[in-house]
Design a protein around this ligand. Sequence first.
Ligand code: ADP
Length: 825
Amino acid sequence: MAPLNGAVVPPKKKRIGVMTSGGDSQGMNGVVRSVVRMAIHMGCEAYAVYEGYDGLVQGGDLIKQMHWDDVRGFLSRGGTLIGTKRCMEFYERPGRVKAAKNMIERGMDALIICGGDGSLTGADKFRSEWPGLLEELVKTGELKQEQIEPYQHLNICGLVGSIDNDMSGTDATIGCYSSLERICEMVDAVFDTAASHKRGFVIEVMGRHCGWLALMASIATGADYVFIPEKPPGVGWEEEMCDIVTSHRSWGKRRTIIIISEGAQDTELKKITADQVVNVLTEKLNLDTRKTVLGHIQRGGLPSYFDRWLSTLQGVEAVNAILDATPETKTPVITIRENKIERSDLQECVALTKSVAEAIKQKDFAKAMKLRDVEFKEYFDSYKLTTSTDNTALRLPEGKRMRIAIIHVGAPAGGMNPATRAAVAYCRSRGHTPIAIHNGFPGLQRHHDDKPLGSVRECQWIDVDPWVNEGGSELGTNRGLPSEDMDKTAYCFELYKFDALFLIGGFEAFTAASEIRKSRDKYPSFKIPLVVLPATVSNNVPGTEYSLGSDTCLNTLIGFCDAIRQSASASRRRVFVVETQGGKSGYLATMAGLSIGALAVYIPEEGINIHMLARDIEFLRESFQHDRGASRAGKIILRNELASDTYTTQAVADMIKEEARGRFESRAAVPGHYQQGGKPSPMDRIRALRMAIKCMQFLEETFAGKSQDEINSDPRNAVVIGVQGSEVVFNPMGGDDGLEATQTDWKLRRPKNEFWRPLKGTVDVLSGRPTDLDCCGECGKLLVSSGGLPKAVSASRPITPMPQRPHEPQGPSIGDRLTAVVSRS
Ligand code: ADP
């Protein structure tokens, strides 16, 4: 019908569907929430397809429009709230024809599918058959030609949701880190009983044909032996395993932990079972051994910080990808490499994943390891190194061996101990001498020739092996700096003949390395290589986007927020103003805000002003007014501890209470040092191993056997290891273009260009907070990823870059803030 009075008929809004499929995984709800809200933010309509492909095939009530409030509270829930189901019909063409018909009849322009490799294989098949499916629908008279006309290209985007981390092309799948956390909790829990009775435990974990969960759990818990399908033990594995266990016991270890993947097999593809392993240990070593099968516990529980973060940002990126798509665009799957969220080619990733399975079937295990991911092999080799430190085959010649001092500097952070343990393991197996400096620089400076305090000690493997899951700092750490007694510090460097210094810590570690570096002319003993491994909950060290301990802290913080939010469910209408740590960096507050769906986040970079508070209080009033009871939980505002001198946490809570005029309540909550967490998170543990070993390799490859002059003239003689975008790199500290001169805000103790700043806009958009967006400005799209810094020495794998996104953000973009991305070799 023609429009009356010449009125313009608004164009139909784009309809974007979201679906979860296959095995459920923690974080799937985060995807649904961010896709729904981002789609609405971009002026589209959002639809949920319930029960996976079954919903698409059956249609009807299983496809529902979703509104902003329908996804409230989703972020912190495990499993999938829109359901998932194995759908046999979709395996067959007639099922896919029905699915295509439903999509067109419901006017769905695009579909975002979150699932494992099976679901994405199905999606890929659906995409490739699409024109044929439409043709068939017209031919059979089910749809008319004009009905299919607007839907010539299937616009789909994949997100990998799986606990197994079995998809090639991405470092992590949504759910894998939460699952790893469950496993580590369980293994940590059997530690004590195993040690008490000197028992052995064989623990079977999930993962289907992928050994990621088993390998990472072994690294994170210091298991004695691991069985994974990609790297099966050869014939005679029984003997190898027993030798390793016997050797560990001979060092004084009281417990034995063996982790076995459910897909474990030998090189002849013969299944190895947990019972078999138990029998070998019992019969050959007379070890009292028990079996524990973790089963579905591994899928359960709340999503970890990382899975909330990943699902939120990948959901946003999936909507961006759908809106950018043209008929020529390859179907994307959203992936992550290190810290960078990217779009990859779905077809390529599915093919690569299949080739791993094929390589295993062909018994080409070297190929399977390589195809899985270069990092995977690196992790495996590093893990092996920690289980066989007495293997003399890896020793370097005498002239290349170094005396490497290890020191912790600054506040304790999760991962300091596992990093030290890994560095000691590496040193021991290569013939270097690892030397622990206890109690930081003050420990060194208290040295007296006639009364040595023993703060400098050579490390034995058995001393550090139990540190694998210990929080805090076993070496002792504090904020003392070399400058507090430079002469004594230099004297001790000379006395103990350090060839290199490995500093683990936050901004103080960076400052300490800088002080030593700058004093080399005066003190020749400082002419040794220095490597800083960032470890701080604040994640404010220049040269990296990730610091050890930050994941542990964020996990603790979101657990705290979940709990207090829950506490409000009885009283309703309560706002909590939670104070986070972080010093002058708003990283913690922003990332926590992204992962819990905070209503507002106050950070030092932006400060707090009266207009902001007034606007947020108004927003609170409105949201309580429209609260349809979808979620009874309280609301959270996060305030960094130094966001404002005037508007303290209590002051903000009081102002809200006053202005609410009895319509809602507010409370201040300060978790304080609780945020530093107990045991390090599995991510901090495994990254500690990887980063520490990379640091040791860097020292060895760059400086072993070099003269003092050669070291002194090398710009890499003081570096920070860091994650930058999709790479792990070593950034030189000195020089005109080094970190100290170009990237450090010494006064505010944070990097000049904070990579995460554009993500602040995403927190606001997804909570619906009225604010100025930190997006490209032109189209409302949000930024989800970061770039990198220049002049870094790559420490990472070669990666084939996928095509760049067509939509390159304009305005205050990350690209302007950070200089060119380090090109991938
Ligand atoms: P996951 O996605 O966790 O790997 P599945 O392998 O069970 O789980 O796949 C989930 C659903 O995806 C299946 O029930 C089926 O509907 C669909 N699917 C999986 N593989 C294919 C395929 N090769 N062709 C068509 N559909 C598939």
